[in-house]
Design a protein around this ligand. Sequence first.
Ligand code: HEC
Ligand code: HEC
Ligand code: HEC
Length: 473
Amino acid sequence: MRTFRDFVMHRWASVGRRMPRYAGPGLLVALALALAGARVFAANPVNASADNGNVANSAPAGADAAEIARGAYLAKAADCAGCHTAAPRVTRPGAAPMLSPPFAGGLGMTSPFGTIYSSNITPDPQAGIGRYSYDDFARALRDGVAPGGKRLYPAMPYPSFARITDDDMHALYAYFMHGVQPVATPAPETRLPFPFNQRWVLMFWDWAFAPRGVFKPEAGRDAQWNRGAYLVQSLGHCGACHTPRGPAYEERGYSESSAAYLTGGTNDHWFAPNLTGDRGAGLGRSSAADLAAFLRRGHGGGLITFGSMVQVVEDSTQYLNDADLAAIAVYLKSLPPRAESGRFDGRSRAAQQTAQALKTGDVERPGAGIYASYCARCHQMDGAGVPQKYPRLAGNPAVLSSSTTSLVRLLVEGGGSPHTQDGPESRKMPSFAARLNDREMAHVLTFIRNTWGNAAAPVTAKDVSGVRAALHK
Ligand code: HEC
Ligand code: HEC
Ligand code: HEC
């Protein structure tokens, strides 16, 4: 059975890549649905900090307080609140309470086919999941099938949640039944036009692509590595953004046994970089301690998180304990270099020469002048940034990535570093949409990708205009 499925997966993938128009109509619909799901997942625009008032006061019935507390922690690790809480909300710690009730769903996620709303997953018996048995809950999370046989769009990351252990699933269930305040307002119904409303078609997608079976510890690895692998592959669903997607928008692998796993993916015009040991655009030069700090505060080794990773840190990873963050870092650091791109050599002669030239203002290269007038005030002439305030650009893997989508988007929209419980104050990166044209953006990006010892492919004005057109900005 397993080999047959693998065979079909392989066939489908290769058919899709080479000649998509020969796929049967059923497959095409499944494909489109998968696409909808993936895009929707990606477009997840709003996340929530559900720390305020999400714990019901009622005494737990049938589940002990420790189990509920463990479930609450696991719900953070899985970022359930991020997708299941509607806007508007407040993420800044210590700010006014959230305006939308946590877990009541209704977060609208735009897809090319219409809006998909996340479900109310509070324990209200009518509007929420109060009538779910444990088995209903586990099936929805692992197989993407709600009671009554309703297939969920893969906007809900069930392919990753399939790996959640029974123990953790029980704790999550206890938390959602007894630790979350019920909300009686139903989430708006998702109404996609035909054929995208034909949820049953997702059966084929699930059959071909969704992995089955809970996480099995790797015998040759120690407990810390296995804990990290488990958190990354199951609850953390890191691959949903960091793994490239195939022709049906399936993630190309769900564990390190797949060559493409965590080698970088683009979702909603943010490129989530290569997390393998690549020494250029990957994590090869980052220490485990820096990675743990990055996940806790959004700051690590001079890097600062930006783009869609900001919400992951604010809503999820900042709440993980030190042991779990260390385990994730150890697991990521164990991934061998794959899909290598970009290089960094801070001690090269070229690096020394540019450093000298930048100091004396004596640089003729296109982009250098723009960098000096618009960027150096924060990122500094030597590209080293300012600790706890502005990221370094020298040797920064995100700057060296094979895809420049995130870099363009950040220049166009600007950004803000994350607000966390014990991290540095949030700082803004201004938008340059009104100040730099496509050619100037291409020049300054090419400049930062090839200065201070950085070496990565140039960025063209066409690359910039492509991303701007897609963003409508
Ligand atoms: C990346 C976004 C995302 C995350 C993270 C997420 N969900 Fe969902 N979930 C969704 C969306 C979107 C739907 C609705 C899908 C649909 O209508 O097909 C959904 C549906 C569900 C449903 C089905 C409810 C029903 O009957 O309609 C349950 C149960 C659920 N989620 C529980 C959870 C839990 C528990 C977690 C955390 C462990 C979680 N989800 C994390 C996006 C997410
Ligand atoms: C919603 C999409 C999304 C999810 C889910 C996600 N990431 Fe990210 N991640 C990104 C993006 C986009 C970036 C690039 C911006 C940056 O460097 O902060 C990034 C950057 C990173 C970086 C820095 C990489 C570098 O080279 O600078 C690390 C480390 C990381 N993510 C780890 C994780 C881990 C671990 C998880 C799972 C717990 C995870 N991410 C889940 C989108 C995501
Ligand atoms: C006012 C200070 C400021 C200026 C001016 C500025 N930046 Fe930034 N930059 C930041 C901050 C703050 C971040 C972190 C943003 C985030 O977390 O969303 C950042 C992030 C970045 C990143 C992502 C790197 C990372 O690891 O976070 C790049 C690339 C970047 N800036 C390039 C530029 C370029 C190119 C210019 C000039 C055109 C520029 N910046 C001007 C403050 C600034």
